[in-house]
Design a protein around this ligand. Structure first.
Ligand SMILES: [Zn+2]
Length: 321
């Protein structure tokens, strides 16, 4: 769930219709069409799209079941190594060589597992150029209590391992090592200060049951106050399309059936993490935690490994141009 403001923000003005992801991806990643067709064959998407995004949670409420996070099947690490992220501390180092040698990637695990214990701090407003927004929010969770904040850190660790193996220098905006946040403005600054070649903010949505699939959020062109995204709109769109294409191909998951008109891509001008970025950056909502079918994927370590793989291959494709 991206950082929706206190009052649910109206959907963004419609962009010229993008080609549905199937066509766009087929151009980017031939395999994707196959994945999509397979998905269609097994009766995936509910079709149709609206621009309403998720149900806002106030930053004061803990994720629905923060008090009982110990119930999902995800706690039982499965034997296969791919389903458990390396717990290497964030001081892990890039491989000596690889296609991403010299590249810097910043990963922003959305929210923070202890945000709900710091409501006063995360409710403080920060300036995002276009307006003032809450410092951070608690994020959502599955009906069985698996929290988004835990999900984002897990996928971030897997993604970091994959990118470091290819030689990239990887930084996390938080690694479960901050009492709360960081605030959305600081999350952007961390990517800017690192002169990152690419930044990805990882989330999972909290929409209605039956609303399924992932979407990638691109920065719209904003120039107000400290925000000026004009230099990164095109490169971020390129990064976003490559991540979306590879995410479909590797996970077999469909693009959102409730935002993005089947393209899996949405442009927004109301997210501080994008508005204040001066480097190519996107958000990805990996699925809807409040839909039981999506939740079954999101709570599976093996699926999260595929999600990290899809995001990683999108980043590699972008960085290698
Ligand atoms: Zn989120």
């Amino acid at each position: 769930m991206s950082y929706v403001g206190p009052d649910f923000d109206p959907p963004q003005p419609r962009r010229p219709r993008r080609r549905p992801l199937t066509v766009a991806v087929a151009a980017l990643v031939p395999g994707a069409l196959l994945g999509w067709l397979v998905y269609e064959a097994v009766g995936g998407s509910g079709g149709g799209a609206s621009e309403a995004v998720g149900t806002p949670t106030s930053s004061s409420s803990a994720p629905a079941s923060a008090s009982v996070p110990k119930s999902t099947d995800d706690e039982k690490p499965s034997p296969s190594p791919s389903s458990t992220p390396s717990k290497t501390p964030s001081t892990s180092a890039p491989a000596a060589s690889g296609p991403l040698k010299g590249k810097v990637v910043v990963i922003d695990p959305g929210h923070n597992p202890s945000n709900f214990q710091h409501t006063a701090e995360i409710n403080k407003k920060v300036n995002i150029g276009t307006n003032w927004k809450e410092c951070d929010t608690t994020g959502t969770s599955t009906n069985s209590g698996y929290t988004e904040a835990k999900f984002t850190l897990d996928v971030a660790h897997r993604l970091r391992t994959l990118l470091e193996k290819q030689g990239a220098t990887v930084k996390l905006t938080q690694d479960g090592d901050r009492t709360y946040g960081p605030c959305v403005d600081e999350r952007a600054r961390i990517g800017n200060k690192a002169h990152a070649d690419a930044v990805v903010s990882i989330h999972a949505d909290g929409a209605g049951a039956g609303q399924r699939g992932f979407h990638v959020i691109l920065p719209g062109s904003v120039h107000a106050g400290a925000a000026d995204t004009r230099p990164i709109v095109a490169s971020s769109a390129d990064l976003g399309e490559r991540i979306a294409g590879n995410f479909v191909r590797v996970t077999g998951s469909a693009p959102s059936n409730y935002v993005g008109d089947g393209t899996g891509l949405v442009t927004r001008k109301d997210l501080g993490g994008l508005n204040l970025s001066t480097v190519p950056k996107v958000f990805i909502e990996c699925g809807n935690m409040r839909d039981t079918k999506d939740a079954a994927q999101l709570t599976s370590g093996a699926w999260r490994q595929k999600a990290a793989q899809g995001i990683s291959e999108g980043i590699v494709s972008f960085l290698r141009g």
